[in-house]
Ligand binder design. Sequence first.
Ligand code: KG4
Ligand code: ZN
Length: 331
Amino acid sequence: MLVLGIETTCDETACSVVRDGEEILSNIIASQSHEAYGGVYPEMAARQHVDLIIPVVKQAMEGIDKVDLIAVAKGPGLIGPLLIGLNAAKALSLGWEIPFVGVNHVEAHLYAAMMKAPKIFPALGVVASGGHTFLVKIRDVGHYEVVGTTVDDAVGEAFDKVATLLGLPYPGGPHIEKLAKRGNPERFLFRAGRIKGRPYDFSFSGLKTNVLYQVKGQNGNRKSEALISEEEKADVAASFQETALSDVARKAKKAALEWECRALYVGGGVSQNQRLRELLEGDVPVFFPSKGLCLDNAAMIAGLGYQVYRGQGDPLDLEPQTRIPLSSMRG
Ligand code: KG4
Ligand code: ZN
């Protein structure tokens, strides 16, 4: 079964064709540049999706006559961008006379780690991206129990904000990782948040404030001048990265032990980070998305679409969902 995936939740216009949920035949990603704005500008992102969606679909379909199903990210994400992807999926579904299914973008990040990997359950799933940070117990593909989530920022968002404080470009995660290689992770004592009675939840907003004060002085604000040297910036990057990623890895490993998980599957943009990969190594095998599947992409959407399709597509009045509660991933 060939599935065409469409991903437009944020600033990537992506399209991919995947066979039987595993074999990627094409994986096209057109990334927009929002670097000049230090973040994604939603209205502009939506307009760029309009321009890019048809060329990207055409490119993904090159050399492929027809597909059997369309899978589209229905959310969570930005409303304008989501509407473009969903309407493209509906139009293609009508034109090609094939069904379409809407899938959850964050569940697809998790599936990216399971794609082409042995499926060893029960497992612990970790999603660490720019918009989401959570842990789930995986009983099977599509069957999850949420164990913990962030009460404020996502871990990738914390990387992006700290990068801005250090004067690095957006998105900041890869720049922090690079700078951290030259720094001393023990130089500054930063702390990730703890939530009373909720050992698997995350909080990164206090950590971000630790960094702010270290860089711009006690009670400094985001617009103040940085007061530290270039060398100290590398130490800040290293200390921040170590604190944030150790927190994710420690909670994930503890949860895996508690629920007797036999494997770990880790997805989302932050799963590209080599230090996170090292920190997660332990007693059970750890699976990460293969190259090109950590960041937003449509192969994970097509793959998950194949897994959730039960012979019946979604109705044409399916609405995008800017937020989807994690509890809806229970199954
Ligand atoms: O999964 P993704 O493409 O988008 C969301 O659905 O959010 O993740 C993007 C996030 C950004 O916050 C980016 O800074 C972060 O992933 N990221 C990283 C690295 N590469 C990307 N964070 C830490 N280290 C990296 N190497
Ligand atoms: Zn994403």
